[in-house]
Design a protein around this ligand. Structure first.
Ligand code: FEO
Ligand code: CA
Ligand code: CA
Ligand code: CA
Length: 654
């Protein structure tokens, strides 16, 4: 790589806002041209699959007809940000702007709402594993709102429960360790489907016929080119097509056909590796000692790699869930590749093919895009059951000149041949890291969430941080990842040349995060507005506001370059102007993550993950209140969904 990182960076930044505006508008079909009652998706119980506003002309707006609440209605409000920013301050509460209210909706341990089976939460961690399977899991993360009949007053809220703090989950934490505790931990992971409605405030519908928990013990299928692959076969599943559970579900995304994509991120942390890992296990971080964190392998043998070498290959997938059918089996979609998947942002090409953008959150890993072979059909999930099974997976290369290329992960092309270990497409997908290495894709600073601007079609991705960048023996800085010892992170964006299925793109950075009060030159950034670091959650809403959530690790909050940032937060940005304004600050020791809106943008849902988390990520069961008692003000801290509305009922953020 020639040139200093700063000259590279400045070149990219020089293109800053001149690529921005909405050139796609004139080439895409208008809302009314494609709007067609036949596209209306109504399924059982009259639940509209539409996630209004997020998918542009062929998506939810069209699905919901030409209702003013669709994308066109709220998009006409413009991207303006009207709230008064909130100051950063330490504290154990949710802070929102003047004129706004924050309401706690769904906490760890609250019943999910299955009729006749709603065990009350026990604040000492005393609920059984069976109780936990019917209650909200821990560590809420990615989330989507599925309106019922297009309503902004009633819908399904679907969310991930990424991981657990065993110090809070059990009365005595990990002082003793039993099979029951492992089962409780497994059932505190996964996904919740809850039904909610707006009366005075928002509340859960209890019971609800949609209520469902999906956990690390829920049977699921795997489909696509890797299904049945020898590397997926185990003693318990000789066919390699049936997998028990999903876990480490980090970010997520809704699809225009009404399903929820949940993403398996740090799955390697759950597998106790061997003394002599093979090259594949090493590349995927399946190491000796990993099992110490959650200790599942001590009572669930499949997490012991020495005994079950293929089990870890069955995780790291994007899982599709139909929230409208509580009996449906979740499906791991192998065509989208295997990764420490952070999230999955789905959009449609002008002719209706699905495009899924995905980041892999690990140091020096990659950004992916999947383009479906087929077009989305009207009829919701029933008509699109195989849409994500056929298509092309690409990995991104960001070039120094501000352009980039999507490299196909296609067996038989380029280096992806049998003599290099890729004898079939299943090999490519299960070993997508190795395939991306071979293709020369760009090693990124921990790609977290991606989001597609429904108006301009710019795609944004948070690169949360990477303190190993440029360190001895580690990859050096490059144009897209321009800072060494990158503690603060950046938001990169690209615009496809042509439609979203294009194989070339233009890119630049929206922002390099920083705290200007900190002096290390490499940590300096270019925020216009309020200070933040470690961006993670990200969503452009239907009127074009970019919401940014932060995940500064609890070992770092308030220290070093984060001295002025004692808590995690959420900010808003009009990406055509670049100013970033702080919208909320979370309680002590939390991560702010997960974001969804109602179609009318008058309600914003966010998740507070692990309030009170200590620096070592495990609470002391004898001192569980050491950092936080949020949200109850007493007792163990609980991850929870928070509803944010304006007191005057207006659109959030305006
Ligand atoms: Fe689970 Fe990458 O955050
Ligand atoms: Ca995340
Ligand atoms: Ca993160
Ligand atoms: Ca976290």
């Amino acid at each position: 790589m020639s040139g200093s990182p700063h000259s590279i960076h400045n070149k990219a930044m020089a293109k800053d806002f001149d690529l921005m505006e909405d050139s796609n508008r004139s080439t895409n079909p208008s809302f009314h041209e494609v709007s067609d009652p036949a596209r209306r998706v109504l399924v059982r119980g009259g639940l509209a699959a539409a996630v209004a506003g997020l998918f542009g002309p062929l998506g939810a707006g069209a699905l919901a007809g030409c209702a003013a609440t669709g994308a066109s209605g709220v998009a006409s409000l413009g991207r303006g940000i009207g709230f008064k920013g909130v100051p950063m301050a330490p504290g154990d509460r949710v802070v929102v702007p003047e004129g706004y209210a924050a309401q706690v909706l769904y906490r760890w341990g609250d019943p999910v709402g299955v009729a006749g089976r709603m065990p009350a939460f026990r604040g000492d961690g005393g609920n059984s594993a069976e109780d936990q399977a019917l209650q909200a899991g821990m560590h809420h993360d990615g989330m989507a709102f599925f309106p019922i009949d297009g309503s902004s007053q009633r819908g399904l809220l679907v969310m991930n429960h990424e991981y657990v703090d065993d110090g809070l989950l059990h009365p005595d934490g990990m002082k003793t360790w039993t099979a029951d505790k492992v089962r409780k931990s497994m059932q505190a992971h996964g996904v919740s489907v809850i039904e909610i409605e707006r009366g005075g405030g928002w509340k859960q519908v209890l019971p609800s016929t949609f209520a469902r928990r999906i956990t690390a013990l829920t049977p699921m299928a795997i489909s696509g080119p890797a299904a049945g692959h020898p590397m997926l076969r185990t003693g318990g599943d000789p066919g390699g097509t049936r997998i028990l559970g999903t876990f480490s579900n980090c970010a997520s995304g809704p699809t225009p056909w009404g399903t929820y994509l949940t993403c398996e991120e740090n799955f390697a942390d759950y597998f106790e590796g061997t003394d002599n890992p093979d090259a594949h296990q090493r590349r995927w971080g399946v190491r000796k000692g990993n099992g110490a964190k959650y200790r599942w392998h001590e009572h669930e043998e499949r997490f012991d790699v020495a005994k079950h070498p293929n089990e870890s290959n069955r995780y790291g997938w994007v899982v599709e869930i139909d929230p409208q059918d509580p009996q449906s089996m979740p499906i791991k979609r192998s065509a989208l590749g295997r990764a420490a998947h952070e999230g999955a942002a789905t959009a449609l090409t002008a002719d209706g093919r699905a495009v899924v953008y995905m980041g892999e959150d690990a140091r020096f890993e990659y950004i992916y895009k999947f383009v479906s072979r087929d077009r989305m059909k009207p009829g919701g999930f029933a008509a699109n059951r195989e849409l994500l099974d056929h298509g092309t997976l690409f990995v991104a290369r960001f070039d120094v000149d501000g352009t980039g290329e999507w490299l196909p992960l296609q067996q038989g092309q380029g280096p992806l041949t049998a003599d290099k270990g890729f004898a079939n497409q299943g090999d490519v997908l299960i070993k997508s890291r190795q395939a991306s290495d071979a293709l020369g894709a760009t090693k990124m600073d921990r790609p977290e969430w991606t989001t597609v601007d429904p108006i301009s079609k710019w795609v944004y991705c948070t690169l949360t941080n990477n303190s190993n960048r440029g360190q001895p023996g580690q990859p050096f800085m490059d144009a897209a990842n321009p800072r060494g010892n990158n503690t603060m992170g950046q938001i990169i964006r690209w615009k496809e040349n042509g439609d979203l299925d294009g194989t070339r793109f233009d890119w630049n950075h929206l922002v390099l995060a920083s705290d200007p009060k900190q002096s290390r030159s490499e940590a300096q950034g270019n925020i216009r507005g309020d200070t933040f670091g470690s961006p993670d959650g990200l969503m452009v809403d239907a009127r074009g506001v970019l919401w940014i959530q932060t995940d500064v690790s609890t070992s770092t909050l308030g220290k070093g370059e984060y001295t002025n940032l004692p808590n995690n937060q959420m900010l808003a940005c009009d990406p055509t102007k670049g100013e970033i304004r702080r919208f909320m600050v979370g309680p002590a020791g939390c991560e702010v993550t997960g974001i969804a809106t109602t179609p009318d943008l008058r309600t914003l849902f966010i998740n507070i993950q692990h309030p009170g988390e200590p620096a070592n990520e495990r609470s002391d069961p004898d001192r569980p209140l050491a950092v936080s008692t949020w949200p109850d003000g007493a007792g163990r801290p609980r991850s929870a969904t928070v509803v944010i509305t304006r007191n005057d009922g207006g659109v959030v953020g305006t």
